[in-house]
Ligand binder design. Sequence first.
Ligand SMILES: [Zn+2]
Length: 250
Amino acid sequence: MRKVFMLVVMCVFLMSGMVLASGHGGSVMSPAKALEKIVTGNDQFVKSHKPHYFEPYQTSQHPFVTMITCSDARVQTNALLPDAIDKVFVIRNIGNQLVVSRGSIDYGILHLHTPILLILGHTHCGAVKAAMGDYKGETEGIRNELDHLHLPLMADTGKGDFELRWLKNVERNVDWQVAQAMSFYPNLVKSGKLVVVGAVYDFLNVYGKGYGRMVIINVNGVTCPQKIQNHPVLNDLSKVMRKVVVGSHH
Ligand SMILES: [Zn+2]
């Protein structure tokens, strides 16, 4: 009897672990372990950076990019810059949307005057995937944010290979956000003080440009790769790099 009871307890324990481990692919790490990791990581940072490292930005920040990207843990600034501190003004939400973080983006563009607004979507975006399906069961907060993805995904016919549709919708969302940004800051874009760059962070290598490549698919609303390659904003890149970094829509 006792053995059976133990078996049942073990099964329930294992199953509860499985439920936690599935869901949205989240971790089953305990809160204490998670905090220990963060504190240890920060301690290493403190020990490896001397006081003079912090001096240049103690009174103000100096970013040269305002970046709006997805909250997805697989997308991080160290894929773009080894040390993004004081360089990137970051806004993140599910699905890299302007409309749900308008004030933060205004701050980067109108107060910090970054010359680039980078809208960075990514392959296998869970927010885009969720917006393609039924998300009635989500919380009100999640539903409210996903609702804004309906317009960008309007062109999706709902037919064909799912992976390809998913990728196309990631691209549509990037294009949509670029168009929104251009409508928010038309004069800055016209004067050339601001360039809006739309890109996809590709950790699947679906563009064939290398795992982890930031693939530019839109500059100020221009989506033709040839035209993007000739845009002045790419002038400081080598010819080879211009080809590598610019990608075609699927
Ligand atoms: Zn995402």
